[in-house]
Design a protein around this ligand. Structure first.
Ligand code: ADP
Length: 217
């Protein structure tokens, strides 16, 4: 069983991003865990990705980069209309499944958004694990290319795209651990899981992949 510890909440009045109060920030942190891997830190949190004050957040986008529901919709709502305008201008042909493209964060606390296109789950025999790993890996490459110290991910493909959460966690975490072993960057990779069940599954998988997993402190 993963060892979780409640680390508390950030009251909206003191939650800041770039120096300004950030009133949408209500519950930023819940039970969490981390592992240190080749001088980098991999964290798991339950929360809202759009509130993360990191250098970059990854979006679970569709290949048209057209905006949608789920985390994609939440990111576009929080970023404002500039985000869809920027994706349309920079990437009129969209982004292939298994890859990712970068834009600014517009009104988000994050400086950049990496629009990652994960696969739709068709049962696991249509290359889904390789495509999901490709989406995460391209985001991590973009983080290095854009000199990001910190990047936060949602559980890509585990919503409307139907990827089973345990299998998705295995791919997401193994791809990240492999990347950190190879490149020793970015310094912080944070998985922001929206619900307690997803956090539990990611924690369980991380504990098995990396036995040195610790509660967050
Ligand atoms: P996909 O189409 O790739 O499956 P979804 O947005 O439907 O993308 O779901 C991906 C994951 O993102 C799901 O596990 C969903 O619960 C989660 N999610 C939805 N909103 C947020 C949010 N604001 N912050 C973090 N994760 C979120």
């Amino acid at each position: 069983m993963p060892r979780f510890r409640t680390v508390g909440t950030i009251p909206p009045s003191i939650a800041v991003t770039d120096g300004r109060p950030f009133p949408r920030c209500q519950v930023a942190f819940k039970p969490a865990m981390f592992v240190t891997h080749h001088n980098c830190r991999l964290e798991l949190l339950q929360g809202d990705l759009t509130l993360q004050a990191v250098d970059a957040i990854a979006n679970a986008a569709n290949p048209q980069l057209a905006g949608g529901g789920g985390v994609d919709g939440a990111i576009h709502r929080a970023a404002g209309p500039g985000l869809i305008a920027e994706t349309g201008r920079l990437y009129p042909d969209g982004c292939p499944t298994g890859s990712a493209v970068a834009t600014s964060g517009c009104r988000l606390p994050a400086r950049l958004v990496f629009h990652a296109v994960g696969p739709i789950w068709h049962g696991g025999n249509r290359g889904e694990p390789g495509l999901l790993a490709g989406a995460y890996r391209r985001c991590l490459e973009l983080a290095v290319e854009h000199d990001c110290q910190s990047v936060a991910f949602p559980a890509i493909s585990t919503g409307v795209y139907g990827y089973p959460k345990r299998e998705a966690a295995q791919v997401a975490l193994q791809t990240t651990l492999d990347f950190l072993r190879e490149f020793h960057r970015p310094a912080l990779v944070r998985f922001v899981l929206f619900d307690a069940g997803s956090l539990q599954i990611f924690g369980d998988v991380l504990s098995r992949l990396s036995p040195s997993t610790s509660p967050l402190r």
